[in-house]
Design a protein around this ligand. Structure first.
Ligand SMILES: NC(=O)c1ccc[n+]([C@@H]2O[C@H](COP(=O)([O-])OP(=O)(O)OC[C@H]3O[C@@H](n4cnc5c(N)ncnc54)[C@H](OP(=O)(O)O)[C@@H]3O)[C@@H](O)[C@H]2O)c1
Length: 250
């Protein structure tokens, strides 16, 4: 007789024929998740703001499709998703490193932190509606800043990141049985660092590495694997998964 508590079964990590859509899947953590989801059998569509980069990523890694859409433009989100019949796993991690002090920075610039994460996610979910598979998942992006803020102008980005964790918990109830989680990376070595810091990147990374428990940044592959775990572990729901090498502890 089969017992409900049988320990000899394994949980499938197979994504064969699952349709995966990754906003921000054209670079860094999202691209690493796309490559690994494809390796697990998924049909993966990646979306970024830049058409050339999106096309290149899809061609180079044999992904099923690509779209270009600026996630701060709701019409572009609707257009990008218009011809996708069904989505099993939706991953929303498009975003930039929005840094500026509340007393100094332009409000419209600071607002981007929420537009890229919170409102882009709300629009994408509304755009897909019933095309989101009920036995599938949605994964948002946060970051260790949400619980470990600093004094370098990241308060609004930290708030936008924390908002994603709250949105995931709320939608895990509102959209049930679709599972909704948040991936919260610590410092990960991706192109975002050069985009944000320019020539200051190497000095920043060298100083940061000294302070981290593992004395290194995470890799996009490590963070991408955590995103795939949230797709495939069918009991992960309403959770924030920290993949930070212990950065929160120091
Ligand atoms: N790396 C870290 O240390 C770290 C830590 C915590 C959280 N995060 C978050 O993780 C997410 C991914 O970061 P990453 O490190 O993988 O960075 P990345 O390599 O720069 O990748 C960012 C991705 O987002 C897309 N994107 C950015 N702005 C967009 C927009 N307005 N519309 C559509 N797509 C847009 C980019 O495509 P285009 O280039 O075409 O715009 C790219 O695919 C970001 O939200 C970031 O804040 C990163």
């Amino acid at each position: 007789m089969k017992s409900a508590t049988a320990l000899n079964s394994t949980l499938s990590t197979n994504l064969q024929d699952h349709n995966v859509v990754i906003f921000g899947g054209t670079s860094g953590i999202g691209l690493a998740a796309a490559i690994q989801a494809k390796g697990a059998g998924a049909n993966v569509t990646v979306i970024g703001s830049n058409a050339e980069r999106a096309k290149q990523a899809a061609l180079e890694h044999g992904l099923s499709g690509w779209r270009a859409a600026d996630v701060t433009n709701s019409e572009a989100i609707y257009a990008a998703l218009a011809d996708i019949p069904k989505v099993d796993h939706l991953v929303l991690l498009a975003g930039t490193f929005v840094a500026g002090k509340v007393l100094d920075a332009e409000i419209d610039y600071l607002r981007r932190a929420f537009e890229e994460r919170m409102w882009a996610s709300v629009h994408a979910i509304r755009a897909l509606g019933e095309r989101l598979a009920k036995d599938g998942s949605i994964t948002f992006i946060s970051g260790s800043l949400s619980d470990r803020p600093n004094a370098y102008g990241t308060a609004v980005l930290a708030a936008a990141s924390a908002a994603m964790e709250g949105l995931a918990r709320g939608l895990a109830i509102e959209l049930a049985p679709i599972r909704v989680n948040t991936l919260s990376p610590g410092p990960i070595n991706t192109p975002i660092l050069s985009k944000a810091l320019g020539e200051g990147r190497d000095a920043f990374v060298a100083a940061l590495e000294q302070s981290l428990p593992l004395h290194r940044l995470g890799t996009a592959t490590e963070a991408g694997a955590a995103a795939v775990f949230l797709m495939t572990n069918t009991f992960m729901n309403g959770a924030t998964l920290n993949v930070d090498g212990g950065a929160r502890l120091v």
